[in-house]
Design a protein around this ligand. Structure first.
Ligand code: COA
Ligand code: AMP
Length: 629
């Protein structure tokens, strides 16, 4: 069946479409129906079913002839380690860890925070929680103690599972002091912590609170899978919003399993048994959906890669991993390819490896620029598919459904809306725009299975952030247009979220840090174009009157402060001091205009600007850091 017919089948009868997709999941009790809309505009899927995510990701494969198939390949060029774990081994390891967590009091519905680098134990920790019906919340290792503390206070975890350290090029990331610092900062205290001691650094444990990963499992009975209802939260994943407080995106178990399982064949075109590799991190949604749950639920082998596209040891790492482990589908962020292309523009490393196993490459996380796609297509000689989604949706809103039908690729477009998503472009008043019109991208409610039902403990914020602006729709926060063939073009954000190396960051959160500095009177953070990372944050500061210290001293402190408060992932390296910030007459800072000036783009003088001369001052200041040329 061609894609149009599949999409139409969904549109004409979503209930039947999703109940059929639900057949791919092993239910303890089958749901009586797919959509539960009694609480609209809040929706739930498969609510009256009973299911366990870990059973579907692990145990069922052991029972169905895949016991000896490799479930996880751990490939860590940064620590020179490789390891393979079969589904049988994974089942035993996860059941043992879950048993030990249960023995310490973790039960269905309890939250468990996970702060780990890219090691297989990170997936095991997630799956052990899922086995018990506990709700995990993974925090990316590049966040600082303060960000970790904010998440601890919001999720109120009973336990925290961490590793002693992470390893970044040229430095060991000391997780344990960050963890201890976060617990000190947080108001909520976990009952206990579990620490995976890595060879690269053995952390000091706090007697009575911290337990050794291996030691605390000793002599404990393994845990069986605990059935949960379809709407039971599988996890909470925090993501950046407009303000400093991150949003706790909730993922319900039933829809999560059904949707991810559906995408593995239909979007990513892999069959059970094949190797699927998403080169991301468990701290991001890509890691949740396509390093952990998606491939495992579908019976694919997944790769846990601890390294970088370049420098570990070279720009050939991706190709070495693909050829060595026979990767069929490969998923990464455009920024990673830009990094490889910069070091190896002619693809010399690619020529060294047999990549005949590779069928398709998928890109997401940020806009895929046509140059990068063309380069990858030419050098790898396979389709390179851009697809668009967000933490909130958990799977692709728009993609090229390779397992159904390969649609023509249009450079600059992540192709078409997937079944489940009725995507529309709206004007400010919430009216659908004519084809080709540029506007806010919204999705007609209900969102499909696997997408967020709400925000953790913040239903009002969920409504105000996503549902209220355009009644009847989910507001994506992205803007763009749809062409005559129904292809989407994602062009910009409508909020203060920026995208740095495929990481979503909040300029509002950075501004809060800048504003907390004693010498700063006023500030703005904008995302300026960067050839490698897509965007980079830049801070503009107005100092309090009477400050006499050199500007360079203050900007250096600001850079350090953002790293301390938010973390290295913010990639905040540049701040400049200016006399004034451009504003509207009502006092709104003209951030978008400053972005245009920094990126040397044409812009329309805002009609409401208070004093246009300020823009010239900003241009001169930006030129001192190589922008606005
Ligand atoms: N733990 C601790 N620190 C981390 C970290 C982690 N898990 N991940 C990144 N960081 C640090 C980096 O070491 C870097 O620190 P530095 O300022 O001391 O150099 C900083 O955070 C910024 O990281 P990032 O923006 O990711 O840049 P990078 O230098 O690590 O790598 C590229 C950048 C160019 C290699 C980039 O192309 C890349 O691959 N990024 C990851 C893309 C990705 O997986 N996106 C996920 C969505 S699919
Ligand atoms: P995250 O929630 O971190 O996955 O970030 C989601 C945001 O990243 C989206 O709302 C977009 O702004 C951007 N994004 C992700 N994928 C794409 C893509 N393929 N093209 C353009 N922007 C993308």
């Amino acid at each position: 069946m061609g894609f149009t017919r599949v999409y139409e089948a969904w549109k004409n009868d979503p209930e039947t479409f999703w109940m059929q997709a639900a057949e791919g999941i092993d239910w303890v009790k089958k749901p009586s129906k797919a959509l539960f809309d009694d609480n609209a505009p809040l929706y739930e899927w498969f609510k009256d079913g009973q299911v366990n995510a870990c059973y579907n990701a692990v145990d069922r494969h052991v029972e169905n002839g895949r016991a000896d198939q490799t479930a996880i390949i751990y490939d860590s060029p940064i620590t020179h380690t490789k390891r393979e774990i079969t589904f049988l081994e994974l089942r035993d390891r996860v059941a043992s860890l879950a048993g030990a967590l249960r023995a310490k009091g973790v039960e269905k519905g309890d939250r468990v925070l996970i702060y780990m680098p890219m090691v297989p134990e990170a997936l095991e920790a997630m799956l052990a929680c899922a086995r018990l019906g506990a709700i995990h919340s993974v925090v990316f290792g590049g966040f600082a103690a303060n960000e970790l503390a904010v998440r601890i206070d919001d999720a109120k975890p009973k336990a925290i599972i961490a590793a002693s350290c992470g390893v970044e090029p040229g430095r060991v990331v000391h997780y344990k002091p960050l963890l201890d610092g976060a617990i000190d900062l947080a108001t909520h205290k976990p009952d206990f912590c579990v620490v995976l001691q890595r060879e690269q650094e053995v952390a000091k444990l706090i007697e009575g609170r911290d337990f050794n990963w291996h030691g605390f499992q000793h002599g404990i009975a393994p845990a069986e899978c605990v059935p949960v209802s379809g709407d039971h939260p599988a996890y909470i994943l925090y993501t950046s919003g407009t303000t400093g407080a991150p949003k706790g995106v909730v993922r319900s178990t039933g829809g999560h399993l059904v949707a991810l399982n559906w995408t593995m064949k239909n979007v990513y075109n892999v069959d059970p048994g094949e190797v699927f590799w998403a080169a991301s991190d468990v701290g991001w949604v890509v890691g949740h959906s396509y390093i952990c749950y998606g491939p495992l639920v579908h019976g694919n082998t997944t790769i846990v890669f601890e390294g970088k596209p370049i420098g570990t040891p070279d720009a050939g790492t991706f190709w070495r991993v693909i050829s060595e482990h026979k990767v069929a589908s490969f998923f990464t962020a455009p920024t990673a390819f830009r990094a490889v292309k910069r070091e190896d523009p002619t693809g010399e490393f690619i020529k060294k490896y047999d990549l005949s196993c590779l069928k398709t490459v998928y890109l997401a996380g940020e806009r895929a620029d046509p140059d990068t796609i063309t380069w990858a297509q030419e050098k790898l000689n396979v389709p390179v598919i851009d697809h668009w989604w967000q933490t909130e949706t958990g799977w692709a809103i728009a993609a090229n459904p390779m397992g159904i039908e390969k649609l023509p690729v249009k450079l600059g477009s992540p192709s078409v809306a997937m079944p489940g998503y009725d995507v529309q472009i709206l004007d400010e008043g919430g009216h659908p725009m004519p084809t080709g019109g540029f506007g806010a991208i919204a999705i007609k409610l209900p969102l499909p299975p696997g997408t967020l039902p709400t925000l953790w403990n913040a239903e009002k914020r969920f409504m105000s952030s996503y549902l209220e602006h355009f009644p009847g729709y989910y507001e994506t926060g992205d803007a763009g247009y749809i062409d005559d063939d129904g292809y989407l073009y994602i062009m910009a954000r409508t909020d203060d979220v920026i995208n740095v190396a495929g990481h979503r960051l909040s300029t509002g959160a950075m501004e809060e840090v800048l504003a907390s500095h004693q010498d700063v009177a006023e500030c703005a953070v904008i995302g300026v174009a960067d050839a490698l990372k897509g965007q980079m944050p830049l801070g503009l500061l107005c100092l309090n009157s009477g400050v006499t210290r050199p500007n360079s001293e203050i900007t250096a402190e600001i850079v350090k402060l953002v790293r301390e408060k938010i973390g290295p992932v913010a990639a905040f390296k540049t701040a400049i001091v200016v006399e004034r910030l451009p504003k509207t007459r009502s006092g709104k800072i003209l951030r978008a205009t400053m972005v245009k000036i920094a990126d040397s783009e044409d812009f329309k003088m805002p009609a409401t600007i208070d004093d246009p001369v300020v823009l010239d001052e900003i241009r001169v200041a930006l030129q001192t850091v190589g922008l606005a040329q």
